[in-house]
Design a protein. Structure first.
Lengths: 342, 298
């Protein structure tokens, strides 16, 4: 324990005294959050999103008003009404159509919903032609979720991802290349003590840094937080451990920082693009949605968004948490098997 | 003296081998080290010195051979009994010298008090300085301090004075003398022959992974060169003069390899040799290495 603590403290001192790294670690996510809050004060995307339940009747895509073929309309199919109605209430959808019951829903405070209703109007009133029954209107209410509210869990996830891969993975590669690891190997310090001290040190740093970024920006932007803080913290803990374990895997043998940098890009860029950090995966091709399931950050973003935006409880996010826990154990086992001092 | 000779060596190396691919970095070396001595491993760059001691330090695994510490194969606790100063070492950054020593002290179960290490390595003047902002000599002293934090019985120093100016080297030698005075055993690799002659009680000379000579520095020089070489102009020697010690003539000078300088000088006077252009030179380990291998050490 004494050895673990000695290396843990030394690593923390090294990080917090490196002013340029420290400032950059805080400044970058803060700048991104404020930047997105300024750039996208509303709900983000410019296209109209319509949730649908049941198969679309031909009438809506034919005749004088081919509603289903209008440009800039994105149709997202759902199996049941509860989910799209919830999204409609939060302005994440602009309209919901239940084809079977011949009902459409709009949010009474949504301007996009108003426009869509005008576009659908003639079709709805006439039933789309062919003597079919008209569509009846229903309304829901609820305040919009700003893009920054939706974006902040993704940004914290990215912060965790980079903090873990660079803070553990990159640092261990650097230690290996410049001989720090060799010097430790010459002492009674075991590989387990060294690695665990690095993991815990980085865990502590990420919790402090991400917490500071989140709470600091929350003072000004007042993020939407409907669910449990304790559950959100737990999800964050799991996600940090999972990403650090991933960092350990790719740092277990590499000696070159150039190789580590390239590999880090190879891991992080697809994660940022395909895990729903910047845009929703809803409506994306099935292949892309399936590919996103291999990234640990996808589960973190899903769970933390569900907690923060929808107030999801433990049961609702338990699958995401289980997957992250499983990935953590798997990554750690592979890293332990591959790790070499030199 | 007899007791010392019969005492079990603190370290024995038997038929140690280590290869990297087709390169035999260490090719079947054997030697033993007396407790309390300074043992030198000499040789040019690439001779296998660093590989040899890093295998002994258990940093690398040998391909074959035995390493015995106090008569027993090295085991788990070996690292707690040895101190190591690598040829090139980086440390965790943004730490002061004191914090760096503290970090390494806490890695050992029974560390030596830090004040003693600071005094032993003369670290007082820069003890609270960032470890990245030290001169070459200060850095080597700090690294020596790190190697001493566990008060080791056996200290490995791998080319500790390479790159230091003459003054810093002399200061470092004094520190090593202080360590020897405490009864500690030092294993030193160097390609500075003056350093080996000054500090080492025994040396081995390595080339291409093998030991090509071993013994006490003084005895090795006597064995190969005699006590000294007397050089004098050939013109100063009367024609037909012969000498009792071996002589060589080259470039207008004659070199006499003699075991007793006083006796040789008397012989020269008696034979009517003019001593005006005479010089008396001692051969050193550089000369020995040149003789053994046909090329120099640097």
């Amino acid at each position: 324990m004494k050895r673990f603590w000695a290396v843990f403290v030394a690593r923390n001192l090294e990080f917090f005294r490196d002013r340029s790294t420290l400032v950059w670690n805080i400044a970058l996510p803060v700048l991104l959050i404020f930047g997105f809050a300024f750039a996208f004060p509303g709900g983000g995307g410019t296209s109209y999103k319509i949730g649908t339940v049941g198969p679309a009747p031909i009438a809506l895509s034919a005749g004088d008003v081919p509603f289903l073929h209008y440009e800039h309309l994105q149709f997202l199919g759902y199996g049941e009404m509860a989910t799209p109605l919830d999204r409609l209430a939060h302005h994440q959808l602009d309209m919901v159509i239940d084809y079977a019951k011949r009902e459409y829903y709009v949010n009474s405070s949504s301007s996009n919903g108003y426009v869509l209703e005008r576009m659908l109007g003639p079709v709805a009133e006439q039933g789309g032609g062919g003597g079919q029954a008209a569509y009846s209107k229903k309304t829901v209410s609820g305040s919009p979720i700003r893009y920054v509210d939706w974006f902040v869990p993704g940004l914290i996830g990215i912060n965790i991802l980079f903090g873990s891969l660079s803070g553990v993975g990159f640092v261990i590669v650097r230690y290996r290349r410049n001989g720090v690891l060799k010097r430790f190997k010459a002492t009674p310090l075991s590989a387990f003590e060294f690695v665990s001290s690095q993991v815990l040190s980085r865990f502590f740093i990420i919790v402090v840094m991400s917490g500071a970024v989140f709470l600091g920006t929350d003072l000004f932007l007042h993020f939407r937080m409907v669910g449990s803080w304790a559950l959100l913290f737990l999800v964050n803990v799991l996600s940090i451990l999972c990403m650090i374990s991933l960092g350990l895997v790719f740092s277990s043998r590499i000696r070159s920082e150039e190789v580590a940098g390239g590999l880090m890009n190879l891991i992080t860029w697809p994660m940022m693009i395909f895990s729903g950090v910047f845009f929703s995966l809803e409506g994306t091709p099935a292949v892309m949605r399936a590919a996103s399931r291999i990234f640990p950050i996808t589960y973190y973003i899903e769970a933390s968004r569900a907690i923060m935006l929808d107030g999801a409880g433990l049961a609702a996010v338990s699958l995401d948490m289980l997957v992250m826990a499983g990935m953590t154990v798997g990554f750690a086992a592979v890293a332990a098997a591959l790790f070499k001092w030199e | 003296m007899l007791d010392t000779l019969e005492k079990q060596p603190i370290l024995e190396v038997r038929e140690l081998r280590k290869s990297y691919g087709k390169v035999k970095a260490v090719d079947g070396i054997s030697f033993s080290v007396r407790e309390g001595s300074c043992f030198g491993i000499l040789g040019p760059n690439g001779a296998g010195k660093t590989t040899a001691i890093e295998v002994i330090e258990t940093i690398h695994k040998p391909d074959s051979g035995q390493i015995l510490y106090r008569g027993r194969a090295v085991e788990r606790g070996f690292k707690e009994r040895i101190g190591i100063q690598f040829q090139d070492t980086s440390l965790q950054e943004f730490l002061t010298v004191r914090e760096t020593l503290g970090l390494f002290s806490r890695l050992y179960p029974d560390p030596r008090p830090m004040d003693e290490i600071i005094a032993a390595c003369s670290l007082e003047e820069f003890i609270d300085r960032d470890n990245r902002k030290l001169s070459g000599g200060q850095r080597q002293r700090m690294l020596l301090g790190i190697a001493l934090v566990n008060d080791p019985d056996l200290l490995f120093l791998d080319e500790p004075t390479t790159g230091l100016d003459p003054h810093a080297r002399r200061n470092f030698w004094k520190l090593i003398e202080g360590i020897k005075a405490r009864g500690k055993t030092v294993i030193l690799t160097t390609h500075y022959m003056d350093e080996a002659e000054y500090l080492c009680d025994e040396v081995i000379v390595m080339d291409h992974g093998r030991i090509i000579e071993s013994g006490k520095p003084r005895e090795l020089l006597l064995k190969h060169f005699g006590e000294a070489v007397i050089r004098l102009p050939g013109a100063a020697i009367p024609a037909g003069t012969s000498f009792s010690c071996p002589s060589e003539a080259a470039e207008g000078f004659v070199a006499l390899r003699c075991d007793d300088v006083d006796a040789s000088l008397r012989e020269l006077v008696a034979k009517g040799v003019e001593l005006g252009g005479i010089s008396v030179e001692r051969r050193n380990l550089d000369d020995l290495f040149l003789k053994l291998t046909g090329y120099g050490l640097e």
